[in-house]
Design a protein around this ligand. Structure first.
Ligand code: ADP
Ligand code: MG
Length: 397
C-alpha cells in the first residue's frame, strides 16, 4: 500500500477537492464537539499555503439522497472560519450550477464548503456519473477522511480514480499510525480487546490472534471466554451461544503462537449500577448472583507487565464497565500505564473505538497515546483486516 501525500502535489492555483468528515455532533444548530473540524486544519493550512483553492466535501447525517434542511452543513461555516482564521464561503449544492458559480469566484488560498454530499443519492451509491460531476470541480482530489474510508461512496472511492488523488495530512497520520501498529509493527506486539460483546468482534479477534504475540481479552466478552472454559460467571453478561466461537479463537491462538491473556481475577457486584460494593474474586469463587464488571488486580498486574515487555500495543474496547466507577479501575490503570510508556517512547500505543476513546479520555490520557483513532467503524474494519475502499482508491502503486 502506497499513497501520494501532498508533499508531491502541484498546488498553486489548483482547485483541490478535499473529502473531510464533518459529521460532527450538533445540538440546536451548534457544534458540540469540533474535533473533526480541527482534524482537517493541517490539510487546509497546507493547501492554502501552497496557493490552492480549497473545496471541502463532506457528508452529514443520513439524508438518504434527499435535501433535508436540518442536515445542512451551513451551520459549520462560522465555527470553521473561526478555526481557520479566514472566511469560508458556502455553496448550497456540492455539484451543478451553484457549486460552479461559487468555485469560479474563488481565488488562491480561498476556502469553500459545499453542501452535504448525501443530499444526492449518487454519493452513497458510488455512482460514476455523480463522481464525474464532483470531479469536474477540481484539479486534484485529497482524501482526509479516514473515518469514511470503509465506505465505497462517490466522494471516497469513484472520484479518486478520476483525478490525481492524494492522502491528506490527517489521513497520512492515521495510516502511518495504523501501519506502525499492525502493518509493520515493532515486536513483541500486544493487543487488548475488550468491550461488551464477542459477537460484534469475532472477525477482529480472528484477525488479531494471527498477527499478535499476545492478546489480552477483557470486558464483557471475557466472560464468554471464561464460561467457555467452564468457569462460573454467575449473573454476568455473557454470550452462551458463542462458547464454540470462543473455543475456536483459543485454538487458533494456540496454533498461531499468540498467547491469550484471559482474566486471572475479576471485580464483581450484585448490580451494574453506581454505589455498589465491589468485591474482588478469584475465577472459581464467582457466585450465582455475582456480576463481573471489571478485571481484578492480578489481571491488571499481568497486563501491565506485558506492556513493559511489549514494543507495540493495539487496543480496542474497555476492560470493564468504565462508565460506572469503581468499575473503571482496570481500564484506567492499564490506560495510564500504556500512556506513561508511550510518553517515554518505550511503547508505540495505538487505540481506537468509540467507547475506547471515551475511556481513555476518562483516564485523562487520550493525548498521551502514540495515536488514538476516532474513526469508529473504519478503525474496527481495519482491525478486522478488511481492505478499506477509500484507502485502496488512493493506492498509487
Ligand atoms: P468500542 O466502542 O471502544 O469498540 P465496545 O462498544 O465494544 O467498545 O464496548 C464498550 C462497552 O462495553 C462499554 O459500554 C462498557 O460498559 C461495556 N463493558 C465492558 N465490560 C463489561 C462487562 N464486564 N459487562 C458488561 N459490559 C461491559
Ligand atoms: Mg462502542
Amino acid at each position: 500500500m502506497t499513497f501520494k501525500t501532498l508533499d508531491s502535489a502541484e498546488l498553486a492555483g489548483k482547485r483541490a477537492l478535499v473529502r473531510v468528515d464533518f459529521n460532527v455532533p450538533m445540538a440546536d444548530g451548534a457544534v458540540t464537539d469540533d474535533t473533526r473540524l480541527r482534524a482537517a486544519l493541517p490539510t487546509i493550512a497546507l493547501l492554502r499555503a501552497g496557493g490552492a483553492k480549497v473545496i471541502l466535501l463532506s457528508h452529514f447525517d443520513r439524508p438518504k439522497g434527499k435535501r433535508v434542511p436540518s442536515m445542512s452543513l451551513a451551520p459549520l461555516v462560522a465555527p470553521l472560519a473561526a478555526l481557520i482564521g479566514a472566511p469560508v464561503a458556502f455553496a448550497d449544492d456540492c455539484v451543478g450550477e451553484l457549486a460552479d458559480r461559487a468555485i469560479a469566484a474563488m481565488k488562491a488560498g480561498d476556502v469553500l464548503l459545499v453542501e452535504n454530499l448525501r443530499f444526492h443519492a449518487g454519493e452513497e451509491a458510488n455512482d460514476p456519473v455523480f463522481a464525474a460531476a464532483l470531479a469536474r470541480n477540481g484539479d486534484l482530489y485529497v482524501n482526509d477522511a479516514f473515518s469514511a474510508a470503509h465506505r465505497a461512496h462517490a466522494s471516497t472511492e469513484a472520484i479518486a480514480h478520476r483525478l490525481p488523488a492524494f492522502a491528506g495530512e490527517a489521513m497520512r497520520r492515521e495510516l502511518d499510525a495504523l501501519d506502525a501498529a499492525l502493518g509493520r509493527p515493532r515486536s513483541p506486539v500486544l493487543g487488548i480487546v475488550g468491550g461488551s460483546k464477542v459477537s460484534t468482534k469475532l472477525d477482529l479477534l480472528r484477525n488479531l490472534v494471527v498477527k499478535l504475540d499476545q492478546l489480552a481479552i477483557g470486558g464483557g466478552m471475557a466472560n464468554t471466554f471464561l464460561a467457555a472454559q467452564g468457569h462460573p460467571v454467575g449473573a454476568s453478561f455473557f454470550e452462551q451461544d458463542l462458547a464454540p466461537a470462543a473455543r475456536d479463537i483459543m485454538a487458533l491462538a494456540a496454533q498461531r503462537d499468540c498467547e491469550l491473556l484471559l482474566p486471572l481475577d475479576v471485580v464483581v457486584a450484585k448490580e451494574m449500577a453506581p454505589g455498589q460494593t465491589a468485591v474482588i474474586r478469584g475465577l472459581d469463587a464467582v457466585t450465582t448472583d455475582d456480576r463481573i464488571l471489571d478485571a481484578g488486580p492480578a489481571t491488571v498486574a499481568r497486563l501491565v507487565a506485558a506492556m513493559d515487555r511489549a514494543k507495540t500495543l493495539i487496543w480496542n474496547g474497555p476492560l470493564g464497565v468504565f462508565e460506572i466507577p469503581p468499575f473503571d479501575g482496570a481500564t484506567t490503570a492499564a490506560a495510564r500505564h500504556a500512556a506513561a510508556l508511550a510518553m517515554t517512547g518505550e511503547l508505540i500505543a495505538v487505540a481506537g473505538g468509540g467507547d475506547t476513546v471515551s475511556a481513555l479520555r476518562h483516564a485523562g490520557v487520550v493525548d498521551d497515546f502514540t495515536f488514538v483513532s476516532t474513526a469508529g467503524g473504519a478503525f474496527l474494519e481495519w482491525m478486522e483486516g478488511i481492505p478499506l475502499p477509500g484507502v485502496l482508491a488512493l493506492n498509487a502503486a
